[in-house]
Design a protein around this ligand. Structure first.
Ligand code: SF4
Length: 334
């Protein structure tokens, strides 16, 4: 089930250039792109991961994480293989850093994904686990079908997608959790093999295209836990997007190449970071640690959404607090 890629151009000598993400790989015949998920076959760019999910689960939407998007709902979640980042501590490295020509992967066309989601009472489909940009065609076709049938689509992404394909995707995506890993270019280059600016541009596109947006920041000691770095990130979100966008500060545990080289982030560091971000943003949450993540009304302080493992208590009236304050997010209409 291979698919010709969208967003590429053909060059001389059967070379191609992929235009899907900011790497814009030049790919010779028979070679793979940087993400290991797209291959030049006889001068055509092929998406190798089309219809080939390697990870499928039914997850609470909170796990993605989405805290302001239909709390308590389940998401039919799928990922394939490959990634356009090569983060040293990737927790899903066994699929993200895997190449794409494994014939044993069971094929699941988009219409079967919709059926499976519905059979499992999931009203949301989540494109997640590895970077969904690298299975763009599979995601786009599944999302179009899902939307037609009244399901919602969400993406969990590193934000490394070029503006043109991203704008097309936004027509079919309802929610995005974007991982803003760093607020400086240097660690993006050294840790992920990428650049900061395109990620910031993607955040603006999701927000301006009215896709519900949440941001995660994986806090890694020595790389992004200095007070000035945390303050700069929170300020950027407030000044360029919206102070109501939920920010999830997530605790880092080392996997893959970071095992034994980088320590897990201290819980004290996490709590200090939250205090800094609270000065700029209304909804800051902590992930990967035991923490009572309560959504409080920024206007009157009322506890609006309480979360404890699978238990969710939602005291919103529609999307409003009793005091009338409208809370950023999608809470009605599913
Ligand atoms: S999607 Fe893959 S092949 Fe295309 S530019 Fe990005 S890394 Fe390269």
């Amino acid at each position: 089930m291979e698919k010709e890629a969208r967003y590429y151009k053909k060059l001389e000598n059967k070379k191609v250039q992929c235009l899907l993400c900011p790497h814009t790989c030049l790919i010779k015949e028979n070679k793979l792109g940087n993400c290991n998920a797209r291959k030049n076959k006889k001068g055509k760019l092929i998406s190798l991961s089309y219809g080939k999910p390697v990870a499928v689960n039914i997850d609470p939407i909170e796990k993605k994480p989405f805290f302001h998007f239909y709390p308590g709902e389940k998401a039919y979640s799928l990922g394939t293989f490959g990634c356009n980042f090569h983060c040293k501590g990737c927790q899903n490295w066994d699929i993200s850093q895997r190449s794409g020509e494994d014939a044993s992967i069971k094929k699941v066309p988009p219409k079967d994904i919709i059926k499976r989601a519905k059979d499992n009472n999931c009203k949301i489909i989540a494109y997640t686990y590895n970077e969904p940009t690298v299975f763009y065609e599979y995601m786009l076709e599944t999302a179009k079908l899902a939307k037609k049938q009244g399901l919602k689509n969400v993406i969990i992404t590193n934000g490394y997608t070029n503006p043109k394909p991203l704008k097309e995707l936004c027509n079919f995506i309802d929610g995005a959790t974007v991982d803003l890993k760093f607020i400086e270019d240097k660690p993006y280059k050294e840790y992920c093999g990428a650049k900061l600016k395109p990620v910031l541009e993607s955040l603006k596109i999701y927000y301006n295209k009215n896709v519900h947006l949440e941001i995660t920041n994986l806090m890694i000691e020595t790389l992004n836990t200095k007070e000035e770095q945390i303050e700069k990130m929170a300020k950027w979100i407030k000044e360029n997007l919206d102070e109501n966008i939920p920010l999830h500060l997530s605790r880092f545990f080392p996997y893959w190449k970071a095992e034994g080289k980088i320590e897990p982030t201290k819980t004290e560091t996490m709590k200090k970071a939250k205090k800094i971000c609270d000065k700029y943003l209304n909804f800051v949450y902590l992930g990967n640690i035991m923490y009572e993540n309560i959504t409080r009304c920024p206007n009157c302080g009322k506890e609006l959404i309480k979360r404890a493992m699978a238990y969710i208590e939602n005291n919103l009236k529609g999307n409003k607090c009793d005091c009338g304050f409208p809370v950023y997010g999608r809470f009605v209409g599913l």
